[in-house]
Design a protein around this ligand. Sequence first.
Ligand code: TXA
Ligand code: MG
Length: 341
Amino acid sequence: MKTVILSPQSDKTAMQTAATLIKAGEVVGMPTETVYGLAANALNGAAVEKIFRAKGRPQDNPLIVHIADFQQIYDLCPHVPDSAARLAEAFWPGPLTMIVPKGDCIPNEVSCGLDTVGIRLPSHPMARELIRAAGVPLAAPSANTSGRPSTTTAEHVLNDMDGKIAAILDGGACGVGVESTVVSLAGEKPRLLRPGGITLEQLETVLGEVEVDRALYEKISDDTRVSAPGMKYRHYAPKAPVTAVRGAPAESAAYILAHAARADGVLCFDECAAAFAGLFVVSFGRSDDLPTQAREVFDALRAFDETDVHTIWAQCPSDEGLGLAVSNRIKKAAGFHIIEL
Ligand code: TXA
Ligand code: MG
């Protein structure tokens, strides 16, 4: 299959072509404000299966369904909890996915045997336009090969998906850079399953106390039942092994300098980059600039794959605000191999 790049900025027919492909049951790379997604008609099980094949995604890992207007949630979910309406009012459109009880129209290919479904209303105009033009909700996981860092540019998507999907809508670089926050509203208490663009602190302003899933902090073995199946798999991983180092920036920089070998690479805060002269260095924002770190972290992790570094040492922010999402991606890239200083 030839993968076509469609550029709505310069080609007026691009969006319609993408929508036609979706209606025909094909998979299209779609920009969102978080990361690129691999989109297919969420109501067509055979189309959704193609997403799993293109990604090499484990069959027990359910997909998020993207809608363009809040009212669409009532078509997909028989009992929308009050909390969902309140969260939507505060944070939709935006980088938040809510897990709610699923309706019968959701095929098993999307929900993978669960009785819940994740719903998200993205803020990216091209994502919403594609959903509207296709006339159906879109199932879309992040547009990376399973296990690899997520994709934040059309070029990243092409690197992983060339020849495997029909087309990629090019919307430029994603603004948030880490995936949506996933919160479950299907249990007794709201539970954070994945930190993302909407912070835990923001969720708590609307929901009160939110439980935090232990998979955020520790490695989950493959045979454990977890709330979000995606959390147990090796994730976001460049080819070289990663060691995450947590602590004040000056301390983590000193630790890495003392331990790194000459063939190693370093993922570091901007102000620490000069200290690592001689090593392969990728910086991903100042230590006090979490939005930049979120926007850059996946591109930075991918950059190491163009090199033959042996080990990647990564500085890691603390868990406040957006730092929880950034550090979670780095810890997972490291397979939870973490040095706490
Ligand atoms: O920002 C995002 O959320 C991006 C863009 C494309 O929208 N999508 C994304 O999808 O990150 P994905 O499939 O890479 O991650 C979805 C996560 C997985 O960890 C999955 O296990 C979890 O959400 N998930 C999906 N449906 C679920 C459900 N019904 N119950 C629990 N977890 C669920
Ligand atoms: Mg993903």
